[in-house]
Design a protein around this ligand. Sequence first.
Ligand code: GDP
Length: 306
Amino acid sequence: LTRLRDRLARSGSPLGSALLAVLSRDSLTEDDWDEIEEILLLADVGAGPTGEIVDGLRTRVRVEGVRDPAAVRAMLRSALLEIIDPELDRSLATQRVTREDGVTVPAVTLVVGVNGTGKTTTVGKLARVLVADGSSVVLGAADTFRAAAADQLETWGARVGVPTVRSEREGGDPASVAFDAVRRGREDGTDVVLVDTAGRLQNKAGLMDELGKIRRVITKEAPLAEVLLVLDATTGQNGMTQARVFGEVAGVTGIVLTKLDGTAKGGIVVAVQRELGVPVKLVGLGEGPDDLAPFDPAEFVDALLG
Ligand code: GDP
């Protein structure tokens, strides 16, 4: 995770220098507080959390008569951390489970999100991490909408050395591919099945239908262990809108925030977690196979504050 800090720092230390400049002033005026608010908003912390943080901070600074910039910074750090909540369970389900009928089945992880956010890449990188940790993995290419998506996933599978279950034809039924992948995983005694889905956000009803069907069909075979929502950190408040919709229809258990390497807007972590109430579990830090890291709240806030 030193890399997380390095990468964020390289993308222009999101909050660091600007905040430090304000906090170094003798006493904080209304204008200074407005500036702090603006800096947090620019980093995509989101209007709600930003207001909450700045109001709390301003009150404490006044009541406790705090003057030292380092002390204000420390308060800001703990306010951010409080929202991100280091106590949340950020582990991933990787253990096989036993069904009511005594049959042991894989931990099934559904990966959802809008196209282009990095779903397929995340599935590939995650498979690599799991295999390195000694787990066996099957990939399911339930994004049957684009033929290229299944090809891309299969390439990752080959690279990582795990099988990919896919439809023979473009436009096949995503739910049946998901089912086949889970069954293959059960038959092979696989630990984890990762199911990549299509992210056509044409309308909420359509998305709900498609994901609902995939969920129903998978759970005939095995309970869903995890639903990971992939969000692109560079899309800012757009990403928040997507997060809300998927949060409502997909039963999200964790968030993967991708492309953190390419943005100074890491504050989206704060916004998304406050909004959805589910933890960010993983972050994407590049396009390569090793560019996926577990999310560490304290390291992240330190990186954000620069
Ligand atoms: P999908 O449509 O959601 O499956 O998205 P893809 O996995 O095809 O990724 C879309 C693009 O984003 C590809 O060019 C990926 O290489 C790129 N990408 C994915 N994750 C990251 C990341 O963490 N950092 C960067 N810089 N690029 C990423």
